[in-house]
Design a protein around this ligand. Structure first.
Ligand code: SF4
Length: 406
């Protein structure tokens, strides 16, 4: 059993909003029912419940011939067991242990090994998104157990080329410390994070873990130094070039709205309203990118000036969401790219909401975050498409990719 739990602060005190949730996760999801729960439902001792539970199972045949069981949804998109008072009927009447495993653990994401468990929270949850955007210290690390700051010292010996859970957490923790560096400009933090991801690719875990340890120590140390001169100015000067990189991202967002995935209707309506506001259509992407760049400057720069931690927290939460740094050191740059494209998507949709004159900018920013988190939980195609387009436009060079986040 894991004895050490490492998690962001917002997860250490997570509480589901229940009936007060403005956008419940009991709607517009493909909720898998795990085999143990399927058995429990099929053999439930109460005949009435057995019948109801059977009606709540939707069986799908996968291309490989195996079976997938999902919770049936009503025509309005809600789970069949969702009750009028905004609660789960199964939990209320049969207890949490009768719920599908995924419903019990959501919004937790976990990676465990031996006596160590690293937990993150999915941005797809309303409460998580609100905490990430609205609470400055929400991503600070929370430790429950005897572990100290030197996570890697407790690493069990291994010669595998892949990161262990503890190492992956240590990498994320270093990246989050850089992104949250309060005395540095946003641009300098982005550059140092990209340099970290780039250098990770040179680490050979088979030859030893010491290289990773010293690399992380070096970057953690660098982030405690004064900001390197000139870095911010250089990235800011290239900002105009970032406009062209918005084109593949806008195209991917437009195409993503047509994806046949759960939540499509909600996501499509949300995205369409935002893109309409920005005047983006498939036919005018180049011109629209210039307009979007101006709206980003006008609407997001003031929000950043007011709430810089909302931005660093959100990019940090997206690093968790895309499982940065990936399985192996060479994956890190690609995962950072995914997080930056997701972040760019959030910026565009948030700017559109702010441009529409919403009453509460932070709540609007959080809403975009959870809608995006929810979409990404079902499909990463919006990221894949944008990355393919960026690759064709030469936009995957770290120095250029960062322009999407600056
Ligand atoms: S989205 Fe989060 S807060 Fe809302 S009902 Fe689901 S778990 Fe609870």
């Amino acid at each position: 059993m894991p004895t050490t739990i490492v998690q962001p602060r917002h997860m250490a005190r997570f509480a589901c909003l229940g009936p007060d949730c403005p956008d419940t996760c009991c709607r517009d999801w493909a909720v898998d029912v795990d085999p143990a729960t399927v058995r429990l439902w099929r053999n439930h001792p109460d005949a009435g419940w057995r019948e109801r539970l059977a009606a709540g199972l939707r069986r799908l045949r996968k291309p490989d011939g195996s079976e997938r069981n999902l919770v049936a949804m009503r025509p309005d998109g809600h789970c069949l067991f969702y009750t009028e008072d905004g609660l789960c009927g199964i939990q209320k009447e049969l207890g949490a242990e009768a719920m599908p495993w995924i419903c019990r653990v959501f919004p937790r994401g976990e990676q465990a090994e031996h006596d160590f468990l690293a937990r993150t929270g999915s941005l797809a949850c309303t409460a998580v998104a609100r905490a990430v955007v609205g609470e400055d210290r929400s991503l600070d690390e929370s430790l429950d157990g005897p572990i100290g700051p030197t996570l890697l010292a407790l690493q069990p010996a291994t010669t595998k080329p892949a990161f262990t859970a503890r190492e992956a957490w240590a990498v994320r923790r270093t990246a989050l410390a850089i992104l949250g560096q309060p005395t540095w400009s946003w641009e300098a933090r982005l550059v140092l994070t990209a340099l970290l991801a780039g250098e990770l690719a040179t680490v050979d875990l088979v030859r030893g873990r010491q290289g990773l340890s010293s690399l992380l120590d070096r970057y953690a140390g660098a982030s405690r130094e004064p900001e390197p001169a000139g870095v911010a100015a250089e990235l800011a000067a290239g900002r105009a070039q970032g406009t062209a990189l918005l084109v593949p991202v806008l195209k991917a967002i437009l195409e993503g709205a047509r994806e046949p995935v759960p939540g499509k209707i909600v996501w499509a309506a949300f995205v369409s309203a935002a893109l309409d506001r920005l005047g983006v259509t498939a036919e005018n992407l180049d011109e629209a990118a210039r307009r979007v760049a101006a709206v980003l400057r006008d609407r997001l720069d003031p929000l950043y000036a007011d709430r810089p931690r909302s931005f660093s927290n959100l990019l940090g939460a997206l690093l968790h969401q895309v499982r940065f740094p990936g399985e192996r050191p060479k994956d890190a740059l690609g995962r950072l790219g995914q997080a930056i494209v997701a972040f760019a998507t959030w910026r565009i949709l948030t700017a559109a909401r702010l441009d529409a004159g919403v009453a509460d900018p932070l709540e609007a920013a959080a809403e975009v975050a959870w809608k995006l988190g929810r979409h990404l939980a079902h499909s990463q195609k919006v990221l894949d498409r944008a990355i393919e387009g960026l690759s064709r436009a030469g936009g995957l060079e770290p120095a250029r990719l960062l322009l999407l986040a600056a």
